[in-house]
Design a protein around this ligand. Structure first.
Ligand code: SF4
Length: 104
């Protein structure tokens, strides 16, 4: 008898939160800028997306998902791509910062 193929582990944690997403009823174009969008139009669209996120019951899960997956584009968890880059940079710096000496 042949060996059963390996199945991936349970991955529900990675997406189950999306069922409660406030943006499920919103046009996804609000969260991703079209090519060439700039200036006030760009800023106003991002701010509108962030307002949707602010009232979302799964903001924390969404934000962490986007950070773990290094989502490159769009507003996720109330953070723009640039803001997520800042968070990831701070996390990397904190992980490599020298630890204080422990008292003996
Ligand atoms: S935090 Fe924002 S992007 Fe994430 S699921 Fe909620 S509304 Fe959508």
């Amino acid at each position: 008898m042949g060996r059963k193929p390996e199945l991936p582990g349970q991955v529900e944690w990675a997406w189950a939160w999306q069922e409660q997403a406030a943006c499920a009823a919103v046009d996804t174009r609000l969260f991703f800028h079209p090519a060439g969008e700039r200036g006030r139009t760009f800023e106003e669209r991002e701010e509108a997306a962030k307002r949707v996120c602010a009232g979302c019951p799964v903001l924390a899960q969404c934000r962490e998902y986007a950070l773990r997956c290094a989502e490159e584009y769009g507003v996720w968890g109330g953070l723009t791509e640039g803001e997520r880059g800042d968070v990831l940079r701070r996390r990397r710096e904190a992980a490599h910062a020298p630890q204080p000496a422990r008292a003996a």
